[in-house]
Design a protein around this ligand. Structure first.
Ligand code: DGL
Length: 248
């Protein structure tokens, strides 16, 4: 199995980390659109266009599956990407919805969803969860977390101020969907803010769960081949990959 993983930039590396941990693929080809990130502040037409261009990029490789490791693209462009692709295309939003349903049994549980402005405005998570009978949902766009992660600010006063800014009026939720691929890097701090009483749903782990459930994949590839591509400064992406996948 050869998989293409697409993200607007470096955030999707958190999904690659989960894929590596579970040894599901023989070869992983990552494409980050670093020249045009962030997608989270763009409109639907632009996000769809970029998504279709990513499908075209992956046509250069003989891949079996495309994973859209970007919540924003998954929320807006999955259908159009599927129409243009010659292999299955799956996204982190549907996987996140499924993982939440698997993890949260009580339909009256209080589920809080955070993501980019575009992801939150799309209501993609809310629609998916409402269809499964979950009605106690609240959402918040938390875009400041994206540059904080890119600046590698994983703790300290600036992050604490951002957490306080976004969460001060939020009642501790039963579950929180980290609806942006950068956010797992702030997992510990977000969890601590809610006194470790909230279950966090992580896009990477959700995709692994989804792949195992829907594609019956097995954990058998010990040392997958990894290739990293970026629309701008691929060397910087490779350095971040080295750090996030192996050091952090
Ligand atoms: N990777 C994007 C996501 O998961 C966040 C970064 C961006 O705004 O492009 O939504």
């Amino acid at each position: 199995m050869k998989v293409g993983v697409f993200d607007s930039g470096i955030g999707g590396l958190t999904v690659v980390k989960s894929l590596l941990k579970h040894k599901l693929f023989e070869e992983i080809i990552y494409f980050g659109d670093t020249a045009r990130v962030p997608y989270g502040s763009k409109d639907k037409n632009t996000i769809v266009r970029y998504g279709i261009e990513a499908v075209e990029f992956f046509k250069n490789f003989d891949i079996d599956l495309i994973i859209v490791a970007c919540n924003t693209v998954s929320a807006y462009a999955l259908e159009e990407m599927r129409e243009n692709a010659s292999c299955p295309v799956i996204g982190v939003v549907e996987a996140g919805v499924l993982a939440t349903a698997n993890a949260v049994s009580k339909k009256s549980s209080n589920i809080f969803i955070i993501g980019t402005k575009a992801t939150i405005n799309s209501k993609a998570y809310e629609h998916g969860l409402k269809n499964l009978g979950y009605n106690c949902l609240s959402t918040k766009a938390t875009p400041l977390f994206v540059p904080l992660v890119e600046e590698e600010i994983f703790e300290g006063a600036i992050l604490n101020a951002a957490l306080e800014h976004y969460f001060k009026d939020v009642t501790t939720p039963d579950a929180l969907i980290l609806g942006c691929t950068h956010f797992p890097l702030l997992e510990k701090q977000i969890s601590k803010y809610f006194e470790n009483r909230t279950m966090l749903i992580h896009s990477g782990d959700a995709i692994v769960e989804y792949l195992k459930e829907k594609f019956t994949l097995q954990e058998k590839f010990e040392e997958p081949e990894l290739k990293f591509f970026a629309s701008e400064n691929p060397e910087s992406l490779r350095k971040t990959a080295q750090k996030w996948l192996y050091d952090k």
